[in-house]
Design a binder for this molecule. Structure first.
Ligand SMILES: NC(=O)c1ccc[n+]([C@@H]2O[C@H](COP(=O)([O-])OP(=O)(O)OC[C@H]3O[C@@H](n4cnc5c(N)ncnc54)[C@H](O)[C@@H]3O)[C@@H](O)[C@H]2O)c1
Length: 361
């Protein structure tokens, strides 16, 4: 009876489903983390989290073995993933184990990866605790770790059974981490939904105040965009590539300047928008509108692209035989994927670095 009441309770929350040939995922928006136990098996639960999240929310974890990792990007390595597998084995996890990643994008990427390789795959789900993971990283089934400075070069596709997003947890994020999440929120609007972009721009101050109702509305609109793209292309063979908008340059900035992922993506988006004008894909007026609107939010950083940027990008997994797929804009709200040679990219980078040098003189 209590179980049925609980199920009815979950049914009243906003749910978004991703059903694909590669797996199914239930996304629970505006959930309550303390209810997660009702979605989990009674035994065999292993919770992967980081030390910050455990300190803040460990008291609300459902009963299970807790495996803690250090917070931050440095934990996205094969060594950490291997160590987690070893700890699972030592703790007696068998093929019926259920892994719950409880944390931000780093925890979700690593926990998802471990769940997809441990004993050739065990069940898993996420409680998503950062703005960035609630709008993006926990959704869609991409897992990954880095290899040195190369981001997400090792990974798998595996849909989490569910993702629970409790927006009240966002109140404890640092200002910097919250703004990082804004980067991926804005990205979803820029690639697919012009109205959402203008709505976000008109509400930035209230979003930054973390008004939960408003935040919930924007997160759910962004997640619907991502879910719709993932449903069409779960393995990123085509349309799903547009979700990487801003990431080609963003990953380079993230690694070379050691800045949070979403902060790097914001600058990466503006560089990609400028590339869209340079290639003739988008009118300059659209770029200026985007640039001015983002500048007014105070969210855009201004880091210098390293001199070896093309070399770094050429080893990116989007690059093949001297050319790579780039995500460009035709307008704000409409992204397209185009093939660009590394020679063209190098010419653009020269132009971009020179323009920045003159502007900053
Ligand atoms: N798999 C995907 O599709 C995908 C998409 C986008 C980004 N990503 C990845 O996500 C990662 C970035 O994720 P992130 O920004 O969530 O970083 P993160 O997981 O490192 O979290 C940022 C910081 O916030 C802390 N934290 C987490 N939840 C908190 C809370 N509720 N209150 C206070 N502090 C909290 C963490 O301990 C950490 O120090 C990157 O590695 C990026 O590559 C993956």
């Amino acid at each position: 009876m209590i179980y049925l009441i609980r199920l009815l309770f979950f049914a009243t929350m906003e749910q978004i489903r991703i059903n694909t040939t590669e797996g199914r995922s239930l996304l629970i928006m505006a959930g309550d983390m303390s209810d997660v136990g009702d979605l989990l098996p009674a035994t065999g639960l292993f919770i992967i989290t980081d030390s910050n999240v455990r300190r803040l929310y460990g008291g609300s974890f459902p009963p299970g073995e807790v495996l803690e990792i250090e917070p931050g990007e440095k934990s996205k390595t094969l060594t950490v993933a291997g160590d987690l597998c070893r700890r699972l084995l030592e703790a007696g996890a068998d093929r019926s184990a259920f892994i719950l990643g409880f944390g931000g994008g780093v925890v979700c990427d690593v926990a998802g990866m471990v769940a997809s390789i441990y004993m050739r795959g065990v069940r898993h789900a996420f409680v998503s605790t950062t703005l960035l993971s609630q709008v993006d990283a926990s959704i869609g089934g991409k897992t990954g770790v880095n290899l040195g400075d190369y981001k997400n070069i090792i990974g798998t596709f595996r849909q989490p059974e569910f993702v629970l997003c409790d927006h009240t947890m966002l109140s404890t994020l640092t200002e910097e981490e919250f703004r990082s999440g804004m980067g991926e929120l804005v990205k979803h609007s820029v690639i697919r939904d012009r109205n959402l972009f203008f709505d976000i721009m008109a509400s930035v101050d209230r979003i930054l105040e973390r008004d939960p109702a408003l935040l919930g509305d924007f997160i759910s609109r962004a997640v619907k965009i991502k879910a719709a793209v993932v449903r069409r292309d779960p393995l990123e063979k085509g349309i799903r590539r547009i979700l990487n908008f801003g990431h080609t340059f963003g990953h380079v900035l993230e690694t070379s300047c050691r800045i949070p992922h979403g902060v790097a993506v914001i600058q990466g988006m503006l560089i990609a928008a400028e590339l869209s004008v340079w290639t003739g894909e988008m009118p300059h007026s659209e770029f200026r509108m985007l640039e001015v609107a983002l500048a007014e939010t105070g969210m855009v950083p201004d880091y210098e692209l390293p001199a070896n940027v093309v070399n770094l990008i050429s080893r990116d997994k989007k690059s093949q035989a001297g050319s790579l797929n780039v995500v460009l804009l035709r307008s704000v709200g409409r992204a397209v994927v185009r093939r660009l040679s590394l020679t063209e990219l190098a010419a653009f980078v020269n132009y971009y670095r020179e323009r920045k040098r003159i502007v900053n003189q």
